[in-house]
Design a binder for this molecule. Structure first.
Ligand code: ATP
Ligand code: LTN
Length: 331
């Protein structure tokens, strides 16, 4: 079985960044790569690596699962599950810790960024996070892992760990390949376009949450930061604000940057932002409608139960093989 796998942390309500960089991308991949099985999961074990509210986490786990489906993933070749319900993730995570080096983990930029934000001590799990992510992937022998650009470094580590394990204990894991979205690999904050749009970054105004009122979403787009030149031209270094909006426009309409520049050749930022606000509102509006039908349905639980069973079958087999290879079996 050929597998594509990815996860989203329920560390808050997913953003437009998650939608473009992850959810929407999964949907088009699923259409393109029909002979693959899609394993997508709610990465809840990852969400407790930073301080969290227990009740909110419970809600977010369900919301993220429902958003996967509302985005349009087809259930035909899909296993959708909650990471913590498949215990082998934590088990393999531990085994992989034994072959990971402190030095390589210290280099991870997501760790460095998140560690800085911790007020009272850095949890060891935050440091070990990329190892658990490697376990998530290697457990299923996933061939491809679609993620945003920010996750490329973690994927590189995953590949290194797979190769290291295979060299030390014999061929066990498939070395996975990263699949980064063509457009919109990284959506930036609307108020600070040099920073990634981030669901847990506490910057409400610069971040579009997929479940917030459509009017608020429109306002956020219209009041996004742009330069004073008033020309719709893509240049990430000189015009990061407008370039980010062009990226969003392109990701949602399929138009190229050049086509967008041409379309708005004689227009100002006002018109462009108004149009973009409508485009985003329309797409998220449809998503929200579907979400509300799914969120409290029994169907959602049925899909998650089925996904769990399919994931467990593969994970249990793999973990037995791993225990055997490293000598964790009675002599
Ligand atoms: P947190 O803010 O808690 O660190 P996150 O949104 O960065 O969360 P996840 O929810 O796990 O992290 O991300 C899920 C997927 O969304 C990943 O593939 C990630 O690369 C992608 N992603 C996250 N933010 C963006 C963004 N701003 N632009 C594009 N893709 C993104
Ligand atoms: N680390 C990722 C989320 C994540 C993931 C995974 C993505 C956890 N496990 C496995 C792909 C495959 C993040 O922070 N965005």
């Amino acid at each position: 079985m050929k597998i594509i796998l990815s996860g989203i942390k329920p560390s808050g309500i997913p953003t437009l960044g998650n939608y473009i960089g992850a959810l929407k991308n999964f949907v088009s991949l699923q259409e393109e790569m029909k002979d693959f099985e899609f394993f997508v999961f709610v990465a809840d074990l990852h969400a407790i690596t930073v301080p969290h509210d227990v009740e909110e986490l419970r809600q977010n786990i369900r919301s993220v699962a429902a958003l996967y489906l509302a985005s349009g993933l087809s259930v035909d070749n899909l296993s959708l599950f909650v990471q913590s319900e498949v215990h082998e993730h934590a088990e393999l995570g531990y085994i992989l810790q034994t072959i990971s080096y402190m030095g390589e983990l210290e280099r991870m930029t997501q760790y460095k960024d998140k560690a800085k934000q911790q007020k009272s001590g850095i949890p060891a799990a935050l440091f070990n996070y990329p190892i658990l992510m490697a376990a998530d992937i290697l457990l299923y022998d996933a061939q491809y892992v679609p993620v945003g650009e920010d996750q490329k470094q973690h994927l590189e580590l995953t590949r290194n760990l797979a190769e290291r394990f295979n060299n030390r204990y014999g061929e066990t894991f498939v070395v996975p390949e990263v699949l980064v979205t063509k457009t919109g690999a990284k959506i930036m904050d609307l108020q600070d376009p040099l920073k990634k749009m981030d669901k847990s970054a506490n910057n409400e105004k610069g971040c579009i949450f997929l479940l917030e009122p459509i009017d608020t979403i429109k306002k956020k787009i219209k009041s996004s930061i742009t330069d004073s030149e008033s020309k719709i031209k893509y240049s990430k270094s000189r015009k990061p604000g407008i370039s980010n909006l062009i990226t969003i426009y392109s990701a949602l309409t399929g138009l190229t940057y050049t086509a967008i520049e041409k379309k708005y050749e004689n227009a100002g930022y006002g018109l462009f932002k108004n149009d973009l606000a409508d485009i985003v509102a329309n797409e998220i509006g449809i998503l929200q409608e579907k979400y509300h039908k799914i969120i409290n349905s029994k169907m959602l639980d049925d899909i998650l139960d089925m996904g769990k069973a399919k994931a467990q079958a593969i994970a249990q087999k793999k973990i037995r093989e791993v225990y055997n290879k490293v000598g964790l079996t009675r002599g």
